[in-house]
Design a protein around this ligand. Structure first.
Ligand code: WT7
Length: 659
C-alpha cells in the first residue's frame, strides 16, 4: 500500500524526495573498531530477549535482584524486573563517587549570561542529598507528586534526582508553558509541592517565572509549598507559610542522606504530552526498566565512553529528551556533560559552537529544527570555531530531511562523525529506532531500524507487516523496558490511545506513518493523527482549537499543521468570529496572544485566517486535509464528502480578498 495520508504531516513532495535518497555512510574502520556496540549485540538480543535485557539491567546497581525479567500477563500494563529493588538517584550519582570518580565533572553548566559552574560527581552527591533532606523537611514522603517548573539551572537537575532518591514522583512542566498549563498539570497529578525560580533568562533578558506559579497555585487545592530558587533577582510576590526560598531550606541541610531502595516498578515520573484531544496525557514512567533502557541506549547509540567523552544534549528538561538524555541515561553512565541554560543565538549565533570549542564536546545531540536554523544562519558560523573534538552527532524530535542531515554532517561533523537519527516518544521513554554508529551504514534522513532488543514494524491497515518498499503505520510489537506504564489516572485512555488500533495483534500504535525502503531501512513520515510537530514539540490541533474558542470573540476554530521550512510544521488556525466582531490585525494579534497565555508561546499560531465557514463532513467532522491545502497554498483536494461543497470556494475567495 501507499503511505497513509499524513493527517498532520509533510507534503507529498517532501516525502518523495526523502524516499529517493540512496547515499549511505558506513562507519570508518577506526570508529567501528572502538565502538561500544558491535554487530553481535543484535544477535544476542535476538537469541534471548529476556536474557539480553537482564544483561542490560546489570549496568545498574540493584539492592535486590529481580525474580522475573518481564511480566506481560497484565498486558498492556508491563512489569519489568519484577521483585528487583534499586534507588535511581544512587545509580546516577553515589555509586560513581563510591567507585572513585567523585572528582570527575558531571556537569559543565553554562548560564545564558555567561556565568558557569563546574559540578563534579562529589558535588552532585552533596547537592542532591541536601535537596532530598530539604524535601523531607517540607513533609514530602515517597509516592507524593512534585511539580518542577524551572529553567535549565543545576537546581532543576538536583530537584529531579532528589525526588528520585526519595521515591517522590516528579512532573516536570516546561517553563515556557503558561500558568494555566501548569495549573492543569498540578491538578491532574495532585502535586503537593512546586519547585520554581524567581525568573528565567530568555534571549538575554530576565523574565518572571514565579508569577506564573502564583497564578496557577491560587487555584490548585493540593499545593502546600512553593520552593523558589533565586536565579535572576527578579522581584517576586511572597505568600508567607507557603513560599520558601531554596537558599533558606536547602543550603544548610546535611550532605549526608541514605538512599532507600524502591521497587523496580515504583513511579519515577509523570510527563505530560499532547494527544489528539484537548487534554494533555500524563505519561507514567517507572524506575528499573526505564533506567535500564535509558542507560543502554545512551551507551550504545551515542557510543558514550565514561571519563573520555564530553556529551551535550541540547534539549530542555521540560521534554522527555531532557529526562532520558540529560538526567537519567547520561548520569547513570557517568557522563561528563554540558548543560546550557539559554537560547542558541544569545549573545550571537555561534554560541553553541563556542561551547563545543570551550568544553571540547565530543557527542552532540540536537533537533532537526535547530539544524535547519543553523543552516539559515550560514555555514561560516560553525566554520569559525574549532569543532574537531566532535565524534558523534545525534538528531531527535521529527524526521530529519536529507538536506539538513548532509549539512550537519559536513558543516558540524566535518564529514567524519556518524549521525544517529533517533526515533522515540515521550511514551517509549528511551530511544527505540536508531542506527548503531559503529555498525550501521547510515542513510541521510532514515532512523534505519529498531535497536537490538526492540521490536518495531511497519504494518498495513489490517496490521500485517508490509514488505520492502511498502508503507503504512509504525507499531511496536514487543514490550520494552522503558515503556510507559499508563496514563496517570486514566486506564481507559491508555488502552484506547495506544492499544486499540491493533488490538488483535497486541501492537502498540505509535501514531506515526512509516515506510521501508528497498533495503528494509525505516523512514519515519510524520504523525498520522491530529498531532502537530512544531520544532520537535508535540502540540495537538484540538488543544489549540480549545484555546481559541475559549476567547470571547471566537465562534469556531480549526487548526492544522502546515509544512514549515524551519520548524517542520507551523500552526495555522482558521477561525470564525462571533457576530458583530470585526476581522482585522488587532483581533488576530489578540488571539495569538490568547493562545500563548492559555498554552504557552510555543503554541502561538504562525498564522490565523478569519473565515466565514469551516469545511465539515456530513457528520460534522472538520476536514483538516482541505484546510491544509489552503495553508500550504496548494490546489484544494477532493471536496465531495463535504456537507456543503461550496464552503471551500467561500473560504478561498474570502482569503484572496485579503481578510
Ligand atoms: C513524536 C514523539 C522523542 C523525543 C522528542 C519528541 C516524532 C521523534 C523522531 C525521529 C521522525 C520523530 C514522532 C513521534 N519523532 N523523533 N527521529 N524521526 N519523527 O518526543 O514529544 O513524545 O514526540 O515525535 O512523530 O511520534 P514526543
Amino acid at each position: 500500500m501507499t503511505p497513509p495520508s499524513n493527517e498532520a504531516g509533510q507534503s507529498a513532495n517532501a516525502l518523495d524526495n526523502l524516499l529517493t535518497e540512496s547515499r549511505t555512510f558506513p562507519p570508518s574502520a577506526e570508529f567501528a573498531d572502538k565502538a561500544n556496540a558491535k554487530a553481535d549485540l543484535a544477535e544476542r538480543a535476538a537469541a534471548d530477549r529476556d536474557a539480553f535485557w537482564a544483561e542490560q539491567a546489570r549496568r545498574l546497581s540493584w539492592t535486590a535482584e529481580w525474580d522475573q525479567v518481564l511480566d506481560w500477563s497484565g498486558a498492556p500494563f508491563a512489569k519489568w524486573f519484577v521483585g528487583g529493588k534499586l534507588n535511581v538517584a544512587y545509580n546516577c550519582v553515589d555509586r560513581h563517587v563510591e567507585d572513585g570518580h567523585g572528582e570527575q565533572v558531571a556537569i559543565h553548566w553554562e548560564g545564558e549570561p555567561g556565568d558557569s559552574r563546574t559540578i563534579t560527581y562529589a558535588d552532585l552527591k552533596d547537592e542532591v542529598s541536601r535537596t532530598a533532606n530539604a524535601l523531607s523537611s517540607l513533609g514530602l514522603v515517597a509516592g507524593d507528586r512534585v511539580a518542577i517548573y524551572m529553567p535549565m539551572v543545576p537546581e532543576a537537575i538536583y530537584s529531579m534526582l532528589a525526588c528520585a532518591r526519595l521515591g517522590l514522583t516528579h512532573s516536570v512542566v516546561f517553563a515556557g508553558f503558561s500558568a494555566e498549563a501548569l495549573r492543569s498539570r498540578i491538578d491532574d497529578a495532585e502535586a503537593k509541592l512546586v519547585i520554581t525560580t524567581d525568573g528565567q533568562y530568555r534571549r538575554g533578558k530576565p523574565a518572571p517565572l514565579k508569577a506564573a506559579v502564583d497564578e496557577a497555585v491560587a487555584q490548585t487545592p493540593t499545593i502546600q509549598k512553593v520552593l523558589v530558587v533565586k536565579r535572576t533577582d527578579t522581584e517576586v510576590e511572597w505568600t508567607e507559610g507557603r513560599d520558601v526560598w531554596w537558599h533558606d531550606v536547602v543550603a544548610d541541610q546535611s550532605t549526608e542522606h541514605t538512599p532507600e531502595s524502591f521497587d523496580a516498578e515504583h513511579p519515577l515520573f509523570i510527563l505530560y504530552t499532547s494527544g489528539t484531544t484537548g487534554r494533555p496525557k500524563g505519561i507514567l514512567h517507572t524506575s528499573g526498566g526505564y533506567l535500564t533502557q535509558a542507560a543502554y541506549t545512551h551507551h550504545n547509540v551515542f557510543d558514550h565512553k565514561a571519563g573520555q567523552d564530553v556529551y551535550w544534549c541540547t534539549a530542555d528538561i521540560g521534554w522527555v529528551t531532557g529526562h532520558s538524555y540529560i538526567v537519567y541515561g547520561p548520569l547513570a553512565n557517568r557522563a561528563t556533560q554540558v548543560v546550557y541554560e539559554g537560547t542558541p543565538n544569545t549573545p550571537n549565533e555561534g554560541r553553541h559552537w563556542e561551547i563545543v570549542q570551550k568544553y571540547k564536546v565530543s557527542i552532540y545531540y540536537t533537533a532537526p529544527t535547530l539544524i535547519r536554523t543553523f543552516m539559515k544562519w550560514g555555514a561560516d558560523i560553525p566554520a569559525g570555531y574549532d569543532l574537531s573534538s566532535l565524534r558523534v552527532l545525534g538528531s531527535v524530535g521529527e524526521p530529519i530531511n536529507p538536506e539538513a542531515w548532509m549539512w550537519y554532517r559536513e558543516h558540524v561533523g566535518a564529514n567524519r562523525c556518524p549521525i544517529v537519527d533517533t526515533w522515540w516518544q515521550t511514551e517509549t521513554g528511551a530511544i527505540m529506532i536508531a542506527p548503531l554508529p559503529g555498525v550501521t551504514a547510515c542513510k541521510p534522513g532514515s532512523a534505519m531500524g529498531p535497536l537490538p532488543g526492540i521490536g518495531a514494524k511497519v504494518v498495513d491497515e489490517a496490521g500485517v507487516a508490509v514488505g520492502k518498499g511498502g508503507g503504512g503505520y509504525l507499531v511496536l510489537d514487543q514490550p520494552w523496558p522503558a515503556m510507559l506504564r499508563g496514563i496517570w489516572g486514566d486506564e481507559e485512555r491508555f488502552r484506547d490511545t495506544y492499544w486499540s488500533r491493533f488490538a488483535d495483534q497486541g501492537f502498540y500504535f505509535a501514531g506515526d506513518g512509516a515506510k521501508y525502503d528497498d533495503d528494509g531501512a525505516i523512514w519515519l513520515l510524520g504523525r498520522v493523527d491530529d498531532v502537530m510537530n512544531v520544532s520537535g514539540h508535540r502540540i495537538s490541533t484540538t488543544e489549540v482549537e480549545s484555546a481559541l474558542v475559549s476567547h470571547a470573540k471566537v465562534a469556531e476554530a480549526a487548526v492544522v499543521g502546515a509544512t514549515d521550512p524551519t520548524t517542520g510544521q507551523g500552526i495555522v488556525a482558521f477561525v470564525i468570529l462571533r457576530g458583530g466582531v470585526e476581522a482585522g490585525d488587532d483581533v488576530v494579534k489578540e488571539l495569538r496572544d490568547h493562545v500563548a497565555k492559555e498554552i504557552g508561546p510555543i503554541a502561538k499560531p504562525r498564522q490565523i485566517m478569519v473565515v466565514p465557514e469551516l469545511p465539515k463532513t456530513r457528520s460534522g467532522k472538520i476536514m483538516r486535509r482541505l484546510l491544509r491545502d489552503v495553508a500550504e497554498n496548494r490546489q484544494i483536494g477532493d471536496v465531495t464528502t463535504l456537507a456543503d461543497s461550496t464552503v471551500m470556494d467561500l473560504i478561498s475567495s474570502g482569503l484572496n480578498k485579503g481578510s
